[in-house]
Design a protein around this ligand. Structure first.
Ligand SMILES: [Zn+2]
Length: 646
């Protein structure tokens, strides 16, 4: 590969252009204000990260690649630009020696042998009587002749030297064929023979469509192994290749999602059914380099793997690879791989296939079911909890600690505090452990890594924080570690636990003044949120007194908190009506506090947006107006009502 190509493959175009132009994603591309002509009203400058191409749709109409961008912006010549980019991408620039030139030509010559072989195998598949069983196999898999042609499916004769003989006519020696994995050399006799015999041949191309190797499936059930791949060689790097990516690349880029299956034929069959975002790895666990490849095109990767133990193992191995990946660009998040700068992320999901079905079976049986499976793929943590606890004796302390040891590192890696809290709870609940036992030294989650202003903005644009609940994020406590709820919040919850039937009245009052009913978002810590859920549930049933129902159905780890809250009211013997009033007032005060904090956050966002004429400024403004109006209504309600403090 040329140094220029290598640089282009490695360079982070968004990062470099992003230093000059504030980019915002719109679909598969990013846009911003053109740095080469004067216009700060229309974001006419567009960058496509996967190709590195950029273009101004405005007055200057400039366009080009990362090289021309830097040349134009910095006034450098090509050589200077090359040296700069080589330095930041770590590509070593060497003057091309005659030997190197020769090496490249040799590679091209060998690649040409692979291309000729594709045609040869394809011809045999289509025309040879000896390929009847192979054609039948393909037909039985439900693949049409068009699909077979599209994927260049071929057939290798049951012969020791058919390919060697065929390619000899083009000047290729048996040793050439060994070099690209088409032939094998017996180490003892030194005899060279065709590597693939009596097999269905599936050409493997790299993401740019260049031939790199073959996957081959046996036709005769006696032949082992069932699948035989080209060996690793100068053209075929298994750890980097994903089968089908040359064809899946575009569809993946369009909807941002890639699906990983286990077999070549699953890929082909999925494409035939119209699911063109499907690829597979080379019969091994995913490598970090394969992840990097996918990351160039996709934001989400769904692992659709067999329900059997091997499938689980492959998934877990993939997760492990992701976590331990030496790729400096990747930081693991159980939802996926997140680039450290937070700009692009690969969200990994797991879709375990129904027992006994492979993707091929499923797609042929019911394509809708396949779609549902992919759409509803689980996060890696949820999946791990399911897999590791399945059929285990969860009352055995040894089993509990084994499972928690395996999962806690993943949970601790979760960047998002609420998400982390949810996973902790789930693990604690599944293992029937107190969260404080499971996470004895939980600290408030570390602040997210500082991001540059531009990227922060990008993030907030993508997910505008428009619900009051999110204002709790920045100082969100680790659940159960310490209690960040205010006294007002605790008082509300205590009242509701003692008298759950007060809740509908509170909700009615909130609605009367145009506010949303009491919700988990009103409470800053997870235990209180769970207790509110319990209160609501107690009111939806009619088999027991609400208070009894709450006590009987609380998770063990909540009982202690429950008791402490209820105890705070033990000495206060209030008339029900009085308690309702107190509670009503306190709920409004909780809302008031929460809205004030949220407004603060909104104003920052708005200031940021206004400073660069962002249309989001308008959205923030609308939200601020709504919150101020809510605040005024609360104020009015508090002053009008004959509230009495306790
Ligand atoms: Zn321009």
């Amino acid at each position: 590969m040329s140094s220029v190509q290598e640089i282009k493959d490695r360079v982070d175009v968004l990062d470099i252009i992003g230093q000059t132009v504030q980019l915002r994603r719109s679909g598969a591309s990013y846009s911003g204000f053109c740095p080469f002509h004067d216009n700060k009203n229309t974001p006419a400058f567009v960058v496509w990260p996967d190709t590195g191409y950029w273009k101004c749709f405005g007055a200057c109409n400039e366009n080009g690649d990362i090289f021309s961008f830097l040349m134009k912006k910095e006034g450098w010549d090509f050589k200077e630009t090359l040296q700069y980019l080589a330095k930041i991408t770590g590509v070593v620039l060497e003057e091309r020696s005659p030997e190197q030139q020769k090496k490249t030509e040799e590679k091209d010559r060998l690649r040409d042998a692979l291309d000729k072989t594709v045609g040869y195998y394809q011809h045999l598949f289509n025309k040879s009587n000896l390929a009847a069983a192979a054609r039948e196999y393909v037909a039985n898999r439900g693949l049409s002749p068009e699909t077979a042609a599209h994927f260049e499916i071929g057939f290798s004769l049951k012969s020791w030297d058919a390919l060697i003989t065929y390619l000899a006519d083009f000047g290729y020696t048996p040793d050439d064929l060994v070099e690209v994995g088409l032939a094998t050399k017996n180490p003892e006799s030194g005899r060279i023979y065709d590597r693939f015999r009596n097999r269905l041949m599936i050409p493997i191309r790299d993401d740019r469509g260049r031939m790199v190797g073959f996957g081959a499936r046996s036709i005769d059930p006696q032949d082992e192994p069932k699948y035989l791949n080209s060996p690793q060689n100068a053209l075929f790097d298994k750890g980097r290749t994903l089968y089908g990516l040359d064809k899946a690349r575009k569809p993946i880029r369009v909807d941002g999602k890639a699906v990983l299956v286990e077999g070549y034929l699953d890929v082909i069959s999925a494409h035939q059914a119209g699911y063109e975002n499907v690829v597979c790895s080379m019969g091994t666990a995913l490598t970090d380099r394969q992840m990097s490849q996918i990351k160039r095109y996709a934001r989400q990767l769904v692992l659709a793997l067999d329900a059997d133990a091997a499938g689980h193992k492959a998934t877990l191995k993939g997760v492990e690879v992701a976590r331990e990946s030496g790729d400096r660009e990747m930081a693991f998040d159980p939802r996926g791989l997140v680039r450290t700068d937070g700009q692009l992320k690969l969200d990994i999901r797991v879709a375990p296939l129904p027992e006994g079905l492979d993707p091929d079976d499923l797609i042929q049986k019911d394509p809708k079911e396949w779609e549902t499976l992919i759409d509803e793929a689980q996060s890696v943590v949820d999946y791990m909890i399911d897999v590791l606890t399945k059929d285990r004796d969860l009352s055995d302390p040894k089993v509990k600690s084994e499972i928690s040891d395996a999962i806690m590192p993943l949970i601790n890696d979760v960047a998002h505090p609420i998400e982390q809290g949810t996973y902790r709870q789930r693990l604690a609940t599944v293992l029937r452990l107190d969260e404080r036992v499971l996470f004895p030294d939980v600290k408030p989650p570390a602040a997210a890594p500082k991001q540059s202003k531009g990227k922060d903005k990008w993030k907030s644009r993508k997910e505008p924080k428009l619900t009051p609940s999110t204002q709790l994020l920045p100082d969100r406590p680790a659940p159960a570690a310490n209690d960040h709820s205010t006294g007002a919040q605790r008082y509300c919850m205590a009242c509701l636990l003692v008298q759950p039937e007060l809740l509908p009245g509170i909700d009615r009052r909130l609605r009367e003044i145009g506010l949303a009913p009491l919700a988990t978002e009103d409470f800053a810590d997870t235990e209180l949120q769970l207790l509110l859920d319990a209160v609501s549930a107690s009111l939806r049933q009619d088999t027991a007194m609400p208070t009894d129902f709450i006590q009987d159905n609380l998770d063990d780890f909540l009982l202690d908190r429950y008791q402490r809250l209820v105890d705070t009211l033990a000495d206060i013997d209030l008339h029900s009506e009085m308690r309702q009033r107190n509670l009503g007032e306190t709920v409004l005060r909780v809302r008031q506090q929460n809205i004030n904090r949220w407004l603060n956050e909104l104003r920052f966002l708005q200031l940021d947006a206004q400073s660069d004429d962002d249309e989001m400024a308008g959205v923030y403004q609308t939200e601020i107006v709504a919150q101020i109006s809510a605040l005024a209504r609360i104020q009015r309600a508090l002053s009008k009502q004959p509230w009495k403090s306790q």
